[in-house]
Structures are given as C-alpha cells and as structure tokens.
Design a protein around this ligand. Structure first.
Ligand code: GAL
Length: 830
C-alpha cells in the first residue's frame, strides 16, 4: 500500500516535470554582472551565425565551442534570409533558428539572440530585405512608421517563435540576452532627432515584448536604462556603460577581421586577442563575446559589402571549415579555464588597482580573505619584472598575467601554452577519381538581351538596381538609340560614358562586347568610357550589371546606389565643341537574371531545359558567360572538403544544386603586406599582420560534407569573366604537423586531431627559440635530451601530455629570470 502511494507520487512528480519542463531561470543583472537565479556570472560567449554553416555542422561547432571554454553562443537573426518576399517566410535547412537554439541548449550552453533586425554582419544589405526599401514612403532605421511597423512585425515573430518553444531563460530555455538594433549609436547623428526618437522606440518596443531576460543595445551610449548598452571593438577594457546598474559587457571582440575581394588575409595574433580579454576581465568586465568564434561561409548571395568574399573565416578560433585554428583556440581555452576558476572572486570581490608606472598595473580582487591577482603590462615594447608580495614575475610587453591565488602565475596572455597546428590541403583520394575532371559546357544564351534588347520591365528613366530586383545578382539594362548622319551627335569619334555605382558592369553595343568595369571594396563609383562606332538606324545598347553583395554598413547605407543610376551618355567632339546625348531619361527595359540561372542549370534535378544541350569535346577557355559542369567522387573520410578554383575568373559555383557562393580567384590581392614577422605587441587594427598579398584573394571554396553523397557528385560553374576550369580539383583539409609548447610547471599537450603522431622532429626544454617549423635549442637546455622522452610518450598516439618540468627533463642551467618552456614539433599521419 505504502509502496503504491510512493509510486503514484513519483509518477505525479514525473508528470509535473514533463508539464513544466526545465525550470525557469531568473535572468537579470546588476551593475557588476548578468545574474542567473540571483548569482553573478561571468559569461564567455562566441558568435556562430547559423546560416554560415550547415545544420550538420552545428553540433560539432557548438561542442568545440563548449570544449574551448565558452558559456554561450551568440547569433544574429537574418531578416532577409527569413523573409525574402514580404510575409513569405523561410526557416528551413540552415535557416532553422529554433533548431539552432535547441542545439545550443542540448550542449548545455546559454544563447545570446541578437535579433537586430538590422545586423550589419558583412551580410547582404545588413540583413534588411530589399523589398522593405521598395515600400512606398519607407525610410529605413529611423522614425518612420512604415519601417517601424515592419521591424516590429518581424521582431515579434521571432520573439513569439522563441517563446512558443520555451527558449528564453525565463521559460527554462538557453536564451539569456537579446539584442535590439545594432551599433545604432555609430550612425545616430546622421538621422538627427528622428534617430533619437527611433532608438527610444526600439527600446520600448523590445521591452513591450516581455521576454523575461535583459535586452541589450550595442554601441549605443544614449540607450535608455531599460536596456544595457554594450561595447564592440578590438579592445573594450576602457568602456563604461551609461548606467551604473548595467554591467560592463563586450558584445563583439573581433577575433580577426572580414575579407573583401582584393584585401589581405587578416591575422589577429592569439597573444593580442588574449591580452584584450584578460585586460577586460581585469578591469571589471563580466560578459565577453568573440565576434566571430566560427565565421564560416557566405553561401549563395548572402555576402554583404559590396565586395565581401565568400569565405567569412575571420581568423576566428574555429576556421571556416570548423576545425581548430591553433594556437588561437587553445590559448583562449586556457584563459577561459583560469577566468572560470576565479568567477566568484571577480564578480563579488572588492577590487584594488595599483598603477606601478611604466604602464604596469596590479589588480587585486579580494573576497572573504582570499585574493586573485592580475599583473598587467600595457607597454608596447618593454617587458617588465613586477614584484608582488616579495616575488618577482616576468610580465612581457603587452600582456597580462593571472595569478588566481596571487602567488602562482597560471596564465600569461603572451606565453602561449597551446599547440600550433599546421594544416595542409590534400588531393582527393577517392577511388576511381581521374586525375583531371572531365567537363561539359554550354554558353549562356544572350541574343534577346544584347541583340534585341528585349526585357519584360521598362521605365522611362534609369533606375537603381535595388528598385527592380534582388533575387539575382544580375540585371540587364537595355536601351536603343536611333541615329542618322544628320544627327548633331553624329561623328566617327563617339564615346559611350557610363557612371556606375557598382558592382560589376559588362557593356555591349549591337551585340558586340565593349568591355567591363568594376569597383573595389570602399570605392564602387566608377566611370566607364569607351570609343564606339555607332551605325545609322537603330543601335542596341545593353549593360549587364552584377551585384557583389549590397552595402551593409553606414548612416543611410540602404540608399547607397547600386547598378547603373547614370548618367549614361554618348559624347562626340566636333572641333572644340563637345556634344552630349544623355540617355538617362530614355526608355530603358530590364531583364532580371540570366537564362541559365532562370533555367536552374546548376541543379540537374530541377533543370527546366534538356541537359542534352551541354556540349563536350574541346574545352572552351577564357570565354565569358559559359556554364561548365563535371562529375566527381567525394573525397573519403570526414575531413573538410574544398574545391580549388584556380584558373577561373569570376562567377558562381554549385555542388549537387547547393550554392557554394560567388567565386573570384582571378582577383589578386594587390595590397601591401609587411614582410617582417608579425609583432603581437601594440594595438591591433584590421590590416596589421595581413598576409596573402600577390595571391588570389580566395582560391579555395568550402564544400560542406552534407552537400556530398556517395557515388557521383556534380559541380556546376557559371563563369562570368572567362577562365579555364581544367585545373579545378577537390582537396581535403587536415593537420599535417603540430607544435606543442608549455611553460615550466604546465603540461605540454599535443594532438593530431584523430590521427596518430607519426614522428617527433624536435623537442627541447629550456629557453627554446624560433617558431613552429623552425624551433631551435636556446642557450640553456635541460640535462636530459628531451627528444627520446617525448618520443616515448607521444609516437603512435593521437594525443599526448608531457609535463614541462625539471623532474621530467632534469635540471637546466637557465638563469632564474628566464621563463623555461618545453617545445615539441610533431608530424601527424596523413
Ligand atoms: C561591427 C558590426 C558587426 C560586424 C563587425 C565587423 O561593427 O556590429 O555586425 O559588421 O562590425 O565584422
């Protein structure tokens, strides 16, 4: 009897859990930190944008983020991806936001939802749908009711979607913070009083949605106290929120930078990134988000800009393909571990800062009689010896040391104790894969446009490309000019002049190609001038305009011109006289897209016209507007796959109908790169330490594993500029070698990430010099030879751990002031 009562009670209890679900948390904040159920937390977060990877990649990316010591994943919400046409929504595939947040929840992490819905993010048009721009009477991101109604409709839709799935912390879900707008404070002045009114409206509209967790606004010093204003930048240690009850929060710590066509590869050193984080926590920060933790890929037409590359790698801790970017990943993980170990003391303790001169500082947190110390050296060139409680610590220039017990240095931001991994791209080793791919091709059919000028849309004035179309990069602009020899403009020497606002333009006269023109990142207004020979009678003038990602940033960015707003003129000279015929206000007709795209030639399963029209035989090269397709086998294993498009010009690529994004390997990075090794010391800016000058801006394009299948796979290319696909090949990415490093009294950890350690090429304990690949013994080394000791512990294993101490390697003759370290270079089985 008693038993059955207990049993009934137990079942009632279970039922209660099922009905109520996971217990709701009280997420709030005070002036020091975000609080969860009344307890102050430090939250280390990282940005992963769900559409920049695939559903299949999400669990692994999030697990790696958790293993890397993160507490939270942050994402924007991408309005124009979810509502491509007004009130027609898409939350399928990698746009499944609910699934993404649930994947974060399943991993036991918090989520930060930056709804925006203006997001910037190097995303097409900053995330706003182009149809919004075309609503009559609308003005974007200001006090305009048409815009605000649409923004509220979308924001409410997202909030309700999260609420329905109980995803807010207040409902037991993972979302602990939500963001409205994005960096509005950076541009507010360009909107005058209306900007201020709009910003206040954003805050009250957000608050009216009752999400039960705090709202934030980033880079918004004027934010009302009902929301928390936060900082974005490479450094935020000097930031103070505008309200004493707001904690010091950093929503974007840029881990590297984005890339545009023609620009260098960004490299932000792990030392500088770790320094910025340590300095932020030293100075009272309690929430920090890496932008990006995984950058990923701008698939399809999602890249913003204009001229942002398809890769959004960002030099983030997880690279574009989702593998560890070492030593950045590991060096930050070590920092997160030590910060978590002192969470209580830095969120509750009393703080005492001492300026030691020469840009040296000691910050001591004390709680209930115990203390944790930070020793900072912001000097850009001089290393420091800082004395604390009678002990001398070596704090290199531009670094912070953390001593959780104020005695032992557990972490220093400039002393990397994580491995460096050297990645290689291996050829496709799939069985039966021929050494060169076999191609079929098909020219794009253009007679209607370039010869006849026929298009379904017409206007009596040139219009901005956004006014007509954003469903395709491509828009044809067509007009005709009737001339006879009595026309005042008639001459043997006429010039066609086009004022364009980007992003790429191809010009034709009577079916003949005249030339092309494009801008570059930041400079996209151009003038195209070409000497032309017009005929008597009708002359057909046609332009193909192609976008490379719509502008995503700046005050009034949404009205920046795109395409060919004109003027477009014919100019002739008669002696000293110049006669201009302005075609801007003539009849223009337009055609959206190009035939092959409209016919979906990129996907055999959809192809509307017969695929038998593809030709084989001698491969056409350097031919503009050519479609190419080939069959290939997926590389074995599960290493990430890339396609090498060297030899091609510019265009679009698909694998099995999935868009890989825009390609442009012929765009060589024509900037200057410094030749000296990168010095981590001193403030970082976007292009410090850039690499890749003189090389294709982007040669390799990610092919996520889930795009591939067993057996035959299809690659389709639409080549716009003309190129040669005969060198195209698939490769896999893996760790070829790894260098481990650990300072004395720490463990040296080395991993070949799923493969065995094949050989130890170098091992030394002392003041080792050089860098990974060129390590050399220093002036003082251990008595025992480190090589056989490390070989014994590591060879044949996937990973190994060796303590860096004199017990293992014997005494060294190193001076007491030298920070001894164990350095190992290993080769992996590939
Ligand atoms: C910030 C913006 C982000 C991103 C970043 C640069 O200003 O908030 O969305 O664009 O710059 O990567």
């Amino acid at each position: 009897m008693i038993f059955s009562k207990i049993n009934v009670l137990f079942h009632c209890f279970l039922l209660l859990i099922l009905v109520v679900g996971p217990s709701a948390a009280d997420v709030s904040h005070d002036g020091r930190a975000i609080t969860i159920n009344g307890e102050r937390k430090i939250i280390i977060s990282g940005s992963i944008h769900y559409p920049r990877s695939t559903v299949e990649m999400w669990p692994d990316l999030i697990k790696k983020a958790k293993d890397g010591g993160l507490d939270a994943i942050e994402t924007y919400v991408f309005w124009n991806a979810h509502e491509p046409l007004r009130r027609k929504y898409d939350f399928s595939g990698n746009l499944d936001l609910v699934r993404f947040i649930k994947t974060i929840q399943d991993a036991g992490l918090y989520a930060v939802l930056r709804i925006g819905p203006y997001v910037c993010a190097e995303w097409n048009y900053g995330g706003l749908p182009v149809w919004l721009h075309n609503l009559p009477g609308v003005e974007l991101r200001t006090n305009n009711t048409i815009y605000m109604d649409e923004m509220q409709t979308f924001t409410t839709l997202i909030v309700n979607m999260m609420k329905k799935e109980k995803l807010f912390g207040s409902q037991g879900g993972p979302i602990v913070l939500a963001q409205i707008e994005n960096e509005y404070g950076n541009v507010i002045s360009s909107y005058g009083d209306a900007g201020k009114a709009y910003m206040n409206w954003c805050a009250s509209m957000a608050n009216s949605l009752n999400i039960g967790v705090p709202w934030i606004m980033c880079q918004e010093d004027d934010a009302p106290s009902s929301v928390i204003n936060t900082c974005n930048g490479f450094y935020c240690d000097q930031f103070t929120p505008n309200n004493p009850n707001s904690p010091k929060m950093w929503t974007e710590n840029w881990t590297g930078w984005f890339k545009s066509w023609g620009s260098r590869n960004p490299n932000r050193t792990p030392e500088d990134l770790a320094f910025s984080v340590a300095r932020f926590f030293e100075n009272g920060g309690t929430f920090q988000n890496y932008y990006m933790y995984h950058g990923g890929t701008n698939f399809g037409r999602t890249a913003g800009g204009p001229y942002i590359t398809t890769s959004y790698d960002y030099d983030a801790p997880l690279n574009e393909y989702g593998t560890l970017n070492e030593p950045k990943y590991g060096h930050l993980k070590n920092l997160h571990d030590v910060l978590h170990s002192i969470e209580k003391i830095i969120t509750y303790g009393d703080v005492n800062n001492t300026d030691l001169g020469y840009y040296n500082y000691a910050t001591i947190y004390t709680l209930n009689g115990t203390s944790s110390c930070f020793l900072g050296n912001s000097n850009r060139t001089n290393d420091a010896m800082i004395t604390l409680n009678g002990v001398v610590y070596d704090v290199p220039a531009w670094s912070v040391s953390i001593l959780p017990d104020c005695k032992t240095e557990v972490y220093n931001s400039a002393k990397i104790g994580a491995q460096t991994s050297v990645m290689v791209k291996k050829p496709n080793e799939a069985e039966d894969e021929p050494s060169a791919l076999e191609w079929k091709w098909k020219p794009e059919v253009m007679n209607e446009t370039i010869l006849l000028g026929k298009g379904p849309i017409s206007t009596s004035k040139l219009v901005d490309q956004k006014a007509i179309n954003d469903v395709s990069d491509y828009l044809w602009y067509m007009t005709s000019v009737n001339l006879d020899e009595n026309d005042p403009i008639w001459s043997d020497y006429m010039i066609l002049r086009v004022n364009g606002t980007g992003h790429i333009m191809h010009a034709y006269l009577n079916g003949e190609y005249l030339g092309s023109q494009y801008g570059t990142y930041g400079v996209f207004n151009y003038k195209f001038e070409k000497k032309v020979k017009l005929k008597t009678g009708k002359n057909q003038i046609t332009f193909l305009s192609a976008t490379m990602g719509l502008q995503n940033y700046g005050g009034g960015y949404d009205s920046v011109g795109t395409g060919l707003p004109g003027p477009i003129e014919i100019i002739s000279r008669h002696g000293d006289e110049t006669i201009i015929k302005d075609l801007t206000n003539d009849e223009w007709s337009y055609k959206i897209g190009i035939e092959g795209l409209n016919e979906e030639l990129f996907d055999d399963s959809h192809t509307k016209s017969g695929s038998d029209q593809w030709q084989s035989g001698e491969l056409p090269v350097d031919k503009m507007f050519t479609w190419y397709k080939t069959i290939f086998k997926a590389p074995r294993g599960d290493d990430p796959v890339v396609v090498d498009l060297l030899g091609l010009g510019k265009g679009l690529a698909w694998v099995n109908g999935n868009s890989l994004g825009r390609y442009w390997p012929s765009f060589i990075t024509n900037e200057w790169c410094q030749s000296d090794p990168c010095d981590y010391r001193g403030p970082f800016w976007e292009y410090k330490c850039g690499t890749g000058c003189g090389e294709p801006t982007q040669r390799y394009y990610h092919v996520p594993r889930s795009f591939l299948k067993e057996g035959d796979n299809q690659l389709v290319l639409f080549e716009e500029f003309g190129g040669n696909p005969s060198l195209v090949n698939f490769k896999t990415i893996s760790v070829a070698s790894a260098c481990g490093a650990a300072y004395e009294h720490h463990d040296m950890e080395l991993s070949c990430h799923g493969r065995s350690i094949r050989e130890i090429k170098f091992a030394s304990f002392g003041d080792v010099g050089g860098s990974c690949g060129s390590s050399r013994r220093g002036t003082c080394t251990s008595q025992k030879d480190a090589l056989p000791i490390v070989q014994k512990s590591c060879i044949g294993k996937e990973s190994c751990t060796v303590p860096a101490d004199e017990k293992t390697f014997g005494e060294t003759e190193c001076d007491a002031s030298i920070s001894k370290k164990l350095v190992v270079e290993a080769l992996c089985d590939i």
